[in-house]
Design a protein around this ligand. Structure first.
Ligand code: PMV
Length: 343
């Protein structure tokens, strides 16, 4: 983090800090979030549970320095973002400006340590890092819960990336009650990521959630089942029972996809290789490997397993699913304020 002299940012209220850098890892939901009851406030229909993954940091520097003169200037992985991405970042920074009283446009530089092609959603890490860097640069001093509430407005899954390890996002019913918190976990968990296709998702999660809620006859049942799944998952974590946790994790992800497949028209993120991977994982489980699948808004598959057996599981997946990229991810930490600017 670099302190800039007070008043250095044109048009902003004087504050000791106008530049800050922060990083955050991405996370994979074990019990999924799918559907917002309030889109403007990003209040989800259900609570969710996730694992933050190590080595997946996005690092972001925000300076309220006037931007490109009239607007925010954004660089992501060395390139200019699309108009849609730029608008999303600016809308998020407008929230920070409204709360902090800073009025200047900003310069934002962001770099992900893992390429998009690695099959890990970047918005969770991206918006958690942006929330931390922007709030800090604007002179706000937020605690973890407040930061998770702010990150929520950028991207739902970013709410959970504020914390490391196992994280619960309480759905809540308004801005104050919808926040994430860490969950104690003694288990040795890992995720093996199987990249089956590097195609971008055909429909954004925001649009797909909206369509599922408005047209899938299975949505009310999904909300009900998800509440029970979360309780079973938390009990399994407390008991250190990986098999019980794994069964509920796989069932919850399949239920989320069944619900969106039943939307009209159906939303099908799966490819033929996705189904093949699900069968391979089932066969590996019958052979005694501790493996359970989860799938997000795309065709790729993530496999929950025991940390001590993760390399063995990765090797077995490479054998069975030739031509795919398989990588092991272990639990990682939460948001961090960095000393230097984004590389
Ligand atoms: O990151 P968002 O807000 O677009 O939504 C992510 C939704 C899933 O990844 C499919 C599930 C989850 O809980 O992360």
């Amino acid at each position: 983090m670099t302190a800039v002299p007070p008043g250095a940012a044109a048009g902003s209220s004087p504050s000791a800090i106008t530049t800050a850098t922060a990083s955050a890892n991405t996370n994979i939901a074990l019990i999924k979030y799918w559907g917002k009851v309030d889109e403007a406030q990003a209040i989800p229909a259900t609570s969710s549970l996730s694992l933050t993954l190590g080595g997946t940091r996005t690092t972001t520097t925000v300076s309220f320095d006037g931007g490109d003169g009239a607007a925010d200037s954004v660089t992501i992985n060395g390139a200019s973002p699309s108009a849609v991405e730029l608008e999303r970042v600016t809308r998020f920074l407008d929230l920070v400006r409204a709360r902090s009283g800073v009025t200047a446009p900003a310069t934002i530089t962001s770099r992900a340590s893992v390429p998009l092609a690695a099959g890990l959603a970047s918005s969770a890490a991206g918006f958690a890092a942006l929330a931390a860097a922007a709030s800090r640069a604007a002179g706000m001093d937020l605690d973890g819960r407040e930061l998770s509430r702010l990150a929520r407005r950028g991207s739902g899954s970013a709410t959970r990336s504020v914390f490391g390890g196992l994280v619960l996002w309480n759905a809540g019913h308004d801005d104050a009650s919808s926040y994430a918190e860490p969950v104690a976990c003694e288990m040795d968990l890992a995720m093996v990521v199987v990249v089956l296709s590097q195609r971008y998702k055909p429909i954004s999660s925001t649009l797909a959630m909206r369509a599922t809620m408005s047209s899938s006859p299975l949505f009310p049942a999904w909300v009900e089942a998800s509440g029970r799944d979360l309780q079973v998952a938390l009990e399994a974590v407390r008991a250190g029972d990986l098999a019980r946790l794994g069964e509920i994790v796989e069932g919850n992800a399949l239920g989320m996809h069944a619900t969106m497949i039943a939307a009209r028209p159906g939303i099908i993120y799966w490819l033929p290789q996705t189904v093949a991977a699900l069968h391979a994982i089932r066969a590996m489980r019958e052979e005694g490997l501790p493996v359970w699948a989860t799938i997000d808004a795309g065709p790729n598959v993530k496999v929950l397993t025991e940390g001590a057996r993760a390399e063995e599981v990765a090797a077995a997946l490479r054998d069975r699913l030739t031509g795919t990229a398989v990588s092991v991810r272990r639990p990682g930490g939460g948001v961090r304020i960095e000393e230097g600017p984004c590389p």
